[in-house]
Design a binder for this molecule. Sequence first.
Ligand SMILES: Cc1ncc(COP(=O)(O)O)c(C=O)c1O
Length: 412
Amino acid sequence: MSLKLPCRISADGILLEKHEMKNRLSSWANNIAPSPTLAVDAKAKKLKAEGKDVCGFGAGEPDFDTPAFIKEAAIKAIQDGKTKYIPSSGLAPLRDAIAQMYASKGVADVSQSSIIVSPGGKFSCYLAILAVVSPGDEVIIPAPYWVSYPEMVKLAGGVPVYAKATDEADFKLSVDQIKEAYTDKTKLIIFNSPSNPTGSVYSKAELESIMEFAVSKGIMVMSDEIYSSLTYDGVEAVSCASLSKEAAEHTIIVSGFSKAFSMTGWRLGTMCAPADVAKAAADIQSQTSSNATTFAQYGALEAMLNVEASQKAIADMLKSFDRRRLTLWEGLNSIKGISCRRAKGAFYLFPNISSFGLSSNDFCTKLLEQELVAVVPGSAFGSDENVRFSYAVSDKVIEKGLDRMKNFCERL
Ligand SMILES: Cc1ncc(COP(=O)(O)O)c(C=O)c1O
């Protein structure tokens, strides 16, 4: 029996009817863009593997090891046979500990059933979007945005509506801009404070006016708080859900263990949501991924329960991040043609490079080719005037990268 292929290939291996091949993919698959941040990281890693001395500022992950006490708890869990399915929404004591943490931050009506532990913060975002967005619904996304939000909204059949937060406004959206973007099809606003890529942190007063508007219109807010423990200059990240009981009823907090505990590879995300949304998201998770890795959740449980060790680990990491943030910020601003805001959170700086007259893509491609410095083009985040630097890299790389940036910019 001969197999019929959905495409025609010539004797010398050339694809003759590519469109037929394309047609076998879904409209979702044909419309999705691959993650540009992961692509830059992969390109930098490839050059490194070829022996090139690359300064990689592309990665969105802490360059520290997961704290030993967390690793030990997960290793013990494996040794104790915690290697089987558990309830899809997560380990009960872990969900309890997360619920308690949010209650202590002032989020109203939180209990174990409000919490879902998912396979990564990214999946938590997707669950939240799938739980509330129907085809044709509009979702307001402040730009610059984290690369995955628009693609996830599109995968749910929703329509991203962008509202531009400018450099001058510290990359923060005003409530008036949200009112302008709002239509009777708006279902969800996506918030991310501290922000990837800008590092901006919204104040309590700024969030209050936005939440007041969301509550008055009955729309939901997905508040991505994955960087909430990484803030500087005495700034504190406030949760939209902590502002009032009504605000909590309209907020889905998504977060995870990746950034605060340097656990990116563990794939552990969280969600804290009002009862109906939490139930819907739990059902979607139960039919798509089942539970996040069981023994990894025991590591996370230790991170939640051993507060002293966790606080110390985060404080140590923050100290290094803060030092690097200031070195990079000062260094970038000392380069003619570059202006950079002093970001207050996460581990990113988002300098403006528009004075060079290049698209952010061209700027980054040339920078990598000529000086072996990898940064992510702002176009990936909806802002072509900027590029993103992650300072989750060593002080040495920052120093070397700044020297190379200076040489590069002087030649432009
Ligand atoms: C803003 C934001 N949200 C969510 C995530 C997802 O994190 P993870 O899936 O690694 O937990 C990231 C990761 O880069 C992020 O930057």
